[in-house]
Design a protein around this ligand. Structure first.
Ligand code: DQA
Length: 147
């Protein structure tokens, strides 16, 4: 069975209480359960992870090379700052999707820049928690195309 790493970055552990007008009221645990259920429907395995630490995220991306077939990454604010995450994604050469709950392009200009965009297959943003399901469908399509 194919396997996807769904990796969440800083502050996403606070979903549900953090700026609900921007990010909604769904918690990260709720999203994790939704993804697990969707994975069963799609016939894939997932690892759902969160870290507030850039280095820990990089370690998970490196490990994904031997454990997973693709990466869905909501890197939170590191999206807009991290050359190290860019390099990690480029190094593992797995299909990757950048994901955001909010439409980052309709927000502050510092959120318009993504260091990850050049090294991912595509980007999903602005669909709230449902974006996780959309990203899983997109990843399953990529994995089927490459099988
Ligand atoms: C986010 C958007 C980022 O700009 C922000 O720093 C986050 C969450 C999103 O899911 O909309 O932490 O990645």
């Amino acid at each position: 069975m194919q396997s996807i790493l769904i990796l969440n970055g800083p502050n996403l552990n606070l979903l549900g209480q953090r700026q609900p007008e921007v990010y909604g009221t769904t918690t990260l645990d709720d999203i994790g359960e939704m993804c697990a259920e969707h994975a069963r429907r799609c016939g894939v395995e997932i690892e759902f992870a969160q870290s507030n630490h850039e280095g820990a995220m990089i370690d998970l991306i490196h490990q994904a090379k031997s454990l997973h077939d693709g990466i869905i990454l909501n890197a939170g604010a590191y999206t807009h700052t991290s050359v190290a995450l860019h390099d990690a994604l480029a190094s593992v050469e797995l299909p990757a999707i950048e994901l955001h709950l909010s439409n980052v392009h309709a927000r502050e200009t510092f959120r318009h820049r993504s260091y990850l965009a050049p090294v991912v297959t595509g980007i999903i943003c602005g669909f709230g928690a449902n974006g996780y399901r959309l990203a899983m469908d997109a990843m399953c399509g990529l994995l089927e195309d490459s099988a």
